[in-house]
Design a binder for this molecule. Structure first.
Ligand SMILES: [Zn+2]
Length: 389
């Protein structure tokens, strides 16, 4: 009768502590339940009453009396880490590692746990060291994922490339997009240090790994433009059309500047108008509007934006149209127009953002690497206004 009552109490708690439930051998527990200290059941009671702090203290008491309970150490260690008590988690796992009665599998699991504690505590060197030791074990795949996270945090892109390759081999999943981006990061670093040749090699590597790596052509164009090779820069950016035409929007302004430096502004405008026709984009419209305003004047800029608005209505387009109208408006209409334009402008500005497809983070600038969720190429190159139609 007494045992049945225990079970009534214990079962819901096992569900609550799913992790424990998965690991504790119930038969074994049943046979030994009489031997368990009272604190154990006190702990379960506290868990059921949603008092995790008191439950933890009760379980800590169990460990003091019954230091052999390895599984309980594991459960508590991971509980501490999840609750942000990383120092306690590390202490608990460290004490397990110092024991010599642990089975090989338990030792590996402790190492895997303490590596995660170090990572959570920001002790990246120690975390890296522990995860590396788990190569070739059953924890190799999740460890490689953590290592990849560490190398990205440390911006150690070469190690990130190696780790992603290992992970791809082990999991059978493609990591080509990430690897290509790591090469692009390496290229950017070399470009910042004016090591043009090394940057070129990394960009070629990026394209070898991932033929559709738009970013490598964006960077190659930047590299050529930085060297004054504007023809080559334009050629690199033009190649984006065959990879992902909607990304042309993010190089439109650079392209037009390059054409300007080549004194071929009209040719550049013609090219961008073609792009706008085939791949409608607010970004390209904006660039063309400014160029048209400077080179042909208000009238021409007004027609450009009005024609585009008819085909693809957008608030940002309307904002530019009002801007053109305002320039030409007689004094008596200026105040009214200004009022309308300000209202439209505020709305348009709040909508002209890029949004991460994975986590929904909004940003004014375009990111290849989401600052919020760490995803690569998760931002479509279109601003939210265009995407929500
Ligand atoms: Zn994100």
């Amino acid at each position: 009768m007494e045992i049945q009552l225990w079970w009534l109490l214990a079962l819901p708690a096992f569900f609550g502590l799913g992790w424990i439930a998965a690991r504790i051998d119930l038969k074994h527990l049943l046979s030994e339940s009489r031997a368990l200290p009272k604190s154990y059941f006190k702990g379960l009671n506290f868990l059921m009453n949603e008092q995790p702090d008191k439950a933890i203290e009760a379980f800590v008491d169990v460990i003091k009396v019954e230091p052999q309970t390895v599984e309980l150490h594991f459960a508590l260690g991971s509980l501490f880490r999840r609750r942000g008590e990383v120092t306690r988690a590390i202490r608990m796992h460290q004490s397990l590692l110092e024991r010599n009665d642990l089975e090989e599998e338990q030792k590996l699991y402790t190492l895997y746990e303490i590596a995660q504690d170090y990572l959570k505590a920001g002790l990246l060197d120690r975390a890296e060291e522990s995860f590396v030791k788990l190569e070739g074990t059953q924890y190799a795949e999740p460890s490689l994922k953590f290592l990849l996270e560490i190398y990205q945090q440390e911006k150690d892109w070469m190690k990130a490339v190696d780790t992603a390759r290992q992970l791809a081999r082990l999991s059978g999943q493609s990591h080509q997009k990430e690897i290509a981006n790591f090469y692009c990061e390496l290229a950017s670093q070399e470009m910042m240090n004016s090591r043009v040749m090394d940057a070129r090699i990394h960009l070629e590597d990026a394209l070898t790994v991932h033929r559709r790596c738009v970013r490598s052509n964006v960077l190659l164009g930047d590299l050529e433009a930085g060297q004054g090779n504007f023809e080559e820069a334009v050629s690199a950016w033009k190649r984006i059309e065959s990879q992902s035409p909607e990304h042309l929007a993010i190089v439109a302004e650079k392209m037009l500047n390059a054409y300007m430096r080549l004194e071929k502004l009209e040719e550049g405008q013609r090219l961008l108008k073609g792009y706008l026709e085939n791949y409608p984009s607010i970004e390209i419209l904006n660039v063309l509007f400014d160029a048209e305003l400077k080179s042909q004047g208000v009238e021409s800029a007004y027609h450009l934006v009005r024609d585009e608005l008819r085909k693809h209505p957008s608030l940002i387009g309307l904002d530019r149209l009002l801007e053109a109208q305002l320039m030409e408006a007689p004094i008596e209409r200026k105040r009214d127009l200004e009022l309308i334009k300000n209202l439209v402008h505020q709305q348009a500005a709040s909508l002209s953002q890029y949004r991460c497809d994975t986590c929904g983070f909004n940003a004014k600038q375009y990111y290849w690497h989401c600052p919020a969720c760490g995803g690569w190429e998760t931002y479509p190159p279109r601003q939210t206004e265009e995407r929500e139609k």
